[in-house]
Design a protein around this ligand. Structure first.
Ligand code: ADP
Length: 379
């Protein structure tokens, strides 16, 4: 059975067991109330029977006694006598007599109503206690189940993403290494013209650059995660830093993408040069990676009260459902078999973590007519 199903099964089982336990307690309390009530009723029934018994024995006959007839037998009931008898025999049950002509309604027990209402209150209190405890327990149980299900989901998602990561990272490392190897073997074995050699070296350098970026991403992400990365904050000219990075991309993607930039001059931030460069390169790389060749990528740096960097593309866009998740470590939209582009799912994780360290907010908006806009707002 899948671990997720097992958790759901256990959750349902615990909830049913809990409801059953709660129901049984309630029923038990009700039946306890009923039996205590009938004990009390029997007790008063006995006291009343004793009244008739003593009356027939003429124990209550006396001065100023009232006359009654029961089953054809004349009975005389004197209030002081009754009181005297009951005070002696049942000292805890004070009585009084009514003026009724009906013998059944003459004797009254002063504490009877209080005793019944005390009994009812006692069980009412017990029931309220069960309900309060039950609700508390139920809430704790639901929170616990929710927490377990959420953690389980996270574990499963992380496992899946890690598997994806391993698959893609292996591929990402292997492809450029294989192509560099092939270029070098060709140069070694064949007699080539200077132009051919230059072209192969340029291509190999591109592959090496790709490998370098990849290993930097993996290294920085690992260090950031284990708090092992030492940020060195300096007063930086963000305009220059971004300009340089954008120029690199314009050069590297020449003929493949139309990279446009609008960088306001001399915008300063207090930041860590290395990781900020990584953020910019990841955003531009993604903008190209998830767009059709020849499409336009616009990079803008400006200050409209706050310093903002935006990278806008005309690519496949990101659905609202994925806008938060894309920043999770190893997260990639789609699955490894159907995905066309290669990557590790670490780029945007780095963007998010580095921005957080710089007190900057990252937002994703939809571009028009299509594509995404990533915006980083420095505070
Ligand atoms: P990677 O690009 O290596 O897969 P990232 O962390 O950079 O990892 O991005 C995570 C996911 O977010 C990507 O796999 C992709 O599905 C989505 N994504 C990132 N940038 C864009 C973009 N500009 N347009 C569309 N989807 C994007």
């Amino acid at each position: 059975m899948k671990s997720n199903n097992l958790v759901y099964f256990l959750a349902v089982f615990i909830l049913i067991a809990f409801s059953w336990w709660f129901y049984s307690l309630f029923e038990l309390s009700k039946s306890n109330y009923k039996s205590d009530k009938s004990l009390l009723e029997n007790h008063y029934e006995d006291l009343r029977k004793d009244f008739y018994h003593q009356a027939f024995q003429n124990v209550f006959k006396g001065e100023a006694g009232r006359d009654f007839v029961r089953w054809g037998v004349p009975l005389n009931i004197s209030e002081p006598k009754v009181k005297e008898y009951y005070a002696k025999t049942y000292p805890k049950e004070p009585i009084y007599l009514t003026n009724s002509d009906n013998l059944d309604s003459v004797l009254r027990f002063s504490n009877m109503e209080t005793n019944f209402s005390n009994l009812k209150n006692k069980f009412g209190r017990i029931e309220r206690m069960w309900i309060a405890e039950g609700i508390t327990f139920f809430v704790v149980l639901i929170l616990g189940i929710y927490y377990v299900i959420q953690s389980n989901r996270k574990v499963i998602a992380t496992e899946r993403q890690q598997r994806n990561f391993l698959l893609s990272v292996t591929h990402e490392f292997k492809t450029p290494i294989a192509s560099i190897k092939l270029y070098l073997q060709t140069i070694q074995k064949r007699v080539l013209t200077k132009e051919q050699i230059d072209k192969m070296i340029t291509n190999s350098l591109k592959d090496i650059e790709r490998l370098n970026e990849l290993s930097e991403n993996v290294l920085v992400a690992t260090k950031i995660e284990s708090s092992g990365y030492q940020y060195i904050f300096d007063n930086l000219n963000l305009s220059e830093l971004i300009e340089e990075e954008v120029d690199k991309f314009k050069h590297a993607k020449q003929g493949q993408y139309n990279i446009e930039s609008q960088i306001a001059p001399n915008i300063q931030v207090n930041g860590d040069r290395f990781t900020l460069l990584l953020v910019v390169s990841n955003l531009i790389e993604n903008a190209c990676k998830y767009s059709e060749p020849q499409s336009t990528v616009k990079i803008a740096l400006f200050n409209d009260g706050a310093t903002k960097l935006s990278v806008a593309d005309q690519g496949i866009g990101i659905s609202d459902d994925d806008k938060e998740a894309v920043f999770d470590k190893f997260f990639r939209v789609g699955n490894e078999n159907t995905r066309r582009t290669k990557g590790t799912g670490l780029g945007l994780y780095i963007v998010k973590e580095v921005s957080k360290k710089h007190n900057a907010k990252v937002r994703i908006a939809d571009n028009k007519p299509k594509g995404s806009i990533f915006e980083i707002e420095f505070s």
